[in-house]
Ligand binder design. Structure first.
Ligand SMILES: Cc1ncc(COP(=O)(O)O)c(C=O)c1O
Length: 472
């Protein structure tokens, strides 16, 4: 018998028994709890962890039900041998699969993770060639830290691109390059920090941004969404003078803020002497309607910080993003010595990206990827509609690399995720995007499609349909 020492969080949304069950399951799947290991008795574990016997019992029952452990009469509970489990026929060859084996349950074949991008169409050979070229051209750069706000050549390219495609008005001096939007938001939070007492953001909204603000000591004020984006009246009522927002593809709901509302938001900023932090993370992938210019481009009062990234339309592993600071914040950036922060993106990579943009590969890549993702999105939506009909509602299909799916089968978020996992499919929760997760919609999941092939999308959705509607 082994001891299990686990830190259970009594304040978490997840009940203690779920935390305990998850912990043991992960230990088994990762091999840390070897086959045939005997679990501690209910009495021993409850006294060791100072939790009730009922909690341990519930966790153990769940593990038994899912086949991770086996009860041996008068002996106890034993971890089963995953290797020995027979693999029943794969989902695609048997729509009437009786019960998923443990191996099937643990092996995720179709991961609808938002954030993954298409690898097949990335121009690796061009990138390699330009990378070599920038290495040969610029050996001197390897011995220096480079410009703290990013190389001028790349900032020039970004300024030109943003003006043409998003109507952003900027000079290269206003552009700051950094390793991801989150990193740059940390700088914005630092710049604003002393002057403000809270920051408003969409509810639900991007949890990656909320965490950065909170870590910088800025309380977040959640503002509800209307059909067409942030509720401006509630924004006024919040008394916050700063708002973080994703107007061109609301994260995660996906609505595009119409022109009239953009004008109201800009008026709010002028009325409140406020600042808008515009996160334009994936505006390259808009599939329906005319492109709407960025808020920054429409802002005659220069109260907008504009942020964009190469994570979606190029590769997330490049860790390259940029922001355009309005003059007032640029002043603060200088005054408070932010140029002492060394650049976080390698010069070699900046140079390669600059060449990629200046040689026309960037525009061509965006055009190609817009088609690739549009096709994937159509495959996803048409397969869902065909199989699930009005038993599921698709949300946010005008743009981007993910959708939300409201599933009408009585399951809540956790059940939807767990039943999907049993047939080898991973879908993701929406509740973490809420400041108050208990207010999240009960039966909704997030489905990203960027990293899957059209074929895998189809098979994955078939498996989801099976898991959710055939009494799995
Ligand atoms: C709304 C939003 N902003 C920003 C990002 C991340 O950008 P980066 O990779 O540059 O940090 C994401 C990624 O998921 C996102 O959803």
């Amino acid at each position: 018998m082994i001891d299990l020492t686990i830190l259970l969080d009594g304040r978490s949304e997840d009940p203690l028994y779920t935390q305990l069950y998850q912990y043991i399951k992960t230990e088994i799947l990762s091999g840390k709890l070897a086959a045939q290991t005997r679990l501690p008795s209910i009495r021993a574990l409850s006294s060791h962890l100072h939790i009730s016997r009922n909690t341990v019992d519930l966790a153990y029952q769940q593990l038994i039900a899912e086949g991770y452990v086996q009860s041996r009469p008068r002996s106890g509970l034993y971890v089963i041998d995953l290797e020995l489990e027979t693999l029943s026929s794969s989902y695609s060859s048997s729509m009437n699969m009786p019960k998923a084996s443990v191996q099937e349950r643990s092996a995720i074949q179709y991961d609808f993770r938002y954030g993954d991008v298409d690898a097949e169409h990335f121009p690796f050979s061009t990138w390699r060639k330009l990378s070599n070229q920038s290495l040969q051209m610029n050996q001197q750069m390897l011995v220096s830290y480079g410009d703290p706000i990013g190389e001028l050549g790349l900032r020039n390219e970004i300024a030109n691109y943003l003006h043409g495609s998003r109507g952003v008005n900027s000079s290269p001096d206003q552009i700051i390059i950094g390793a991801g939007i989150q990193y740059l938001l940390g700088i914005v939070a630092g710049l604003l920090g002393a002057a403000i007492n809270s920051i408003a953001m969409e509810e639900p909204g991007y949890d990656g941004a909320r965490t950065i603000f909170q870590h910088n000591g800025l309380p977040v004020h959640p503002i509800p969404l209307d059909e067409d984006g942030l509720n401006i009246q509630k924004l006024y009522e919040s008394k916050s003078r700063i708002v973080y927002i994703t107007p061109s593809h609301q994260f995660p709901h996906g609505m595009v803020m119409p022109l009239a509302k953009r004008m109201q938001l800009l008026k709010w900023a002028a009325d409140m002497n406020g600042i808008i932090i515009e996160d334009d993370y994936d505006s390259e992938f808009r599939y329906v309607g005319k492109p709407i210019p960025s808020l920054q481009g429409m802002d005659t009062h220069q109260r907008t910080v504009y942020l964009g990234t190469f994570s979606k339309c190029l590769l997330p592993s490049l860790r390259t993003a940029y922001m355009v600071l309005p003059p007032a914040l640029l002043e603060l950036h200088k005054k408070h010595n932010y140029r002492l922060y060394d650049q976080t993106v390698s010069q070699l990579q900046q140079k390669t990206l600059e060449l990629f943009m200046s040689n026309g590969h960037w525009e061509a890549h965006i055009r190609k990827m817009r088609k690739v993702y549009r096709q994937k999105q159509m495959t996803l939506i048409s397969t869902i509609k065909k199989l699930m009909g009005n038993q599921a509602t698709i949300i946010g299909q005008d743009a981007g690399l993910h959708i939300l799916l409201r599933v009408h089968n009585g399951m809540d978020e956790l059940e939807l995720i767990q039943t999907a996992e049993k047939v080898g499919v991973r879908v993701y929760p929406v509740s973490p995007f809420w400041t108050h997760p208990t207010q999240a919609e009960r039966s909704m999941v997030q489905i990203g499609f960027g990293g899957l092939s059209n074929e895998d999308i189809i098979t994955g959705v078939h498996a989801l349909h099976h898991a959710w509607f055939n009494n799995y």
